[in-house]
Design a protein around this ligand. Structure first.
Ligand SMILES: CC(C)(COP(=O)(O)OP(=O)(O)OC[C@H]1O[C@@H](n2cnc3c(N)ncnc32)[C@H](O)[C@@H]1OP(=O)(O)O)[C@@H](O)C(=O)NCCC(=O)NCCS
Length: 209
């Protein structure tokens, strides 16, 4: 696999969204302002915030969640470059956690494993804080994540499993169905979906990676 010449580090430097300029009286200026909006790889220090969002999004709904706190810590430690968090004024509002995978389709084993140096990214979880849903954040974060993966030297595709009701959401983001997944959790069944990042040499060369 050829290395992308312009990628010197696999890690994502934080980048900030430009917010419209506002005239603020000096008296009203805060002395220590956190960035309004920041995207960066997750660190073990973010694990609790990640798990809090997961717990509300999944455990309260189905009693299950994609990753336990230990798995979040493990994956963020093993492959931080495959995670992405969206922070607003320092607070995590949405995140994605991915790991490496080395087979054509996802299997049960993929749920707890990171296979390093592979061309497939397994997206374990995308979750948005409940106060921030239905505002486009999930779609925007997913789009940024997929663009970011294009800038990494290895990934050529992303795989995920989701319940039927989320198939249209991922389809809109450019994923294609690969059929029912071999993975099951309790009584839940999933569709497997794939997003191809490869064959985009021009896009990679010209995307500012
Ligand atoms: C699914 C999720 C990531 C979407 O993020 P979001 O910021 O709310 O979504 P966006 O505002 O970008 O997009 C909205 C679209 O998402 C889809 N969508 C979101 N939640 C949905 C749900 N519960 N059922 C069906 N579709 C849903 C719809 O297509 C919706 O489109 P519409 O506005 O035309 O109806 C977010 O709702 C979430 O974190 N849910 C709980 C955790 C989860 O299910 N994660 C995905 C599995 S890992």
């Amino acid at each position: 696999m050829s290395q992308h010449p312009s990628v010197s580090s696999p890690f994502l430097k934080p980048f900030f969204l430009k917010t419209p300029m506002r005239v603020v009286s000096p008296l009203r200026q805060r002395r220590h302002t956190l960035p309004a909006s920041e995207f960066r790889n997750l660190t073990p220090q973010d694990a609790i915030s990640v798990f809090e969002i997961e717990r509300e999004a999944f455990i309260s709904v189905s009693g299950e969640c994609p990753l336990t706190l230990e798995e979040v810590l493990h994956f963020v430690d093993q492959c931080p470059e495959l995670s992405l968090g969206w922070f607003e004024e320092g607070q995590l509002v949405a995140f994605i956690i991915g790991t490496g995978w080395d087979k054509e389709r996802l299997s049960q084993e993929a749920m707890t494993l990171h296979v390093p140096n592979t061309t497939t990214v397994h997206i374990h979880v995308l979750s948005v804080h409940r106060h921030c849903r239905q505002q486009g954040k999930g779609s925007i974060l997913l789009w940024r994540y997929l663009q970011y993966l294009r800038c990494l030297p290895r990934p050529r595709r992303a795989l995920l499993v989701c319940e039927d009701f989320l198939v249209p959401f991922y389809r809109k983001a450019g994923f294609k169905e690969k059929g029912p997944s071999a993975i099951s959790v309790s009584n839940m069944r999933f569709q497997e979906m794939e997003y191809l990042l490869g064959g985009q040499a021009y896009a990679r060369r010209n995307s500012g990676c």
